[in-house]
Design a protein around this ligand. Structure first.
Ligand SMILES: [Zn+2]
Length: 220
């Protein structure tokens, strides 16, 4: 693992996200839990389930989760994001609810900042899956994002997974991963107070709303 320079760590710490307003900063790359000894649990992991719905945590409200229906379901949700690189999973978790959406987020102290991805939370953790086939850009500690993975899917499409508890030890920069393969376990490393996946999708370097981008066109 590369050591992140101190200045870059500080910038990334600010850029991280928390599911509650009290951030916890851990800048040492050695503070993060690593893969336990024993057999590699990723090699026997199930592939990604396809979630037909995504529910807002606590029924929605209090966060920028976007529109929700009567049952608390995210009404913009569809299982796939359609991109130039093919379909990406919109919810690459084992099981999670939507705790925060993309865009401006107001904090309890009256401030606010831009949130550049979705937060998919599950206090019990669970597997995180590659959203589609691609090549690992990096799998390492990234300041406020904690343990993080970026996958390059080609055609300018990239996905980013942060606050991970542990990463498949076979995942190294340049490795090819299959869509739906387990790549990590959800965690709360870096600037995060609750166990969740911070998930970003970028197109040609521009971060887009993973909940809203690339919905299937209507059939009629
Ligand atoms: Zn986030």
């Amino acid at each position: 693992m590369k050591r992140t320079p101190l200045v870059l760590s500080a910038v990334l710490a600010i850029a991280g996200c928390a599911s509650t307003p009290q951030p916890v900063y851990r800048t040492s790359p050695y503070a993060a839990p690593r893969v336990p000894s024993g057999p590699n649990l990723f090699s026997q992991a199930p592939s990604a389930p396809l979630h037909s719905e995504l529910f807002a945590c606590n029924g929605g409200g209090g966060s920028n989760v976007g529109p929700v229906g009567e049952r608390g379901e995210a009404t913009l949700y569809t299982p796939y994001i359609h991109t130039a690189a093919g379909a990406l999973l919109r919810n690459p978790t084992e099981s999670a609810c939507l705790s925060s959406g993309f865009g401006w987020r107001t904090l309890a102290n009256g401030g606010g900042r831009e949130h550049t991805g979705l937060d998919l939370a599950n206090p019990n953790g669970g597997f995180v899956y590659a959203a589609a086939d691609g090549w690992v850009s990096y799998a390492e500690w990234r300041g406020g994002y904690g343990l993080a993975v970026e996958i390059d899917h080609g055609h300018g499409v990239r996905t980013f997974y942060a606050h991970l508890n542990e990463i498949d030890p076979n995942l190294s920069s340049g490795a090819f991963v299959r869509g739906g393969a387990a790549i990590a376990r959800m965690g709360a490393t870096g600037n995060a107070t609750g166990v969740h996946l911070h998930y970003e999708v970028s197109i040609d370097g521009l971060k887009v709303d993973p909940l809203n981008y690339g919905a299937a066109p209507p059939l009629f």
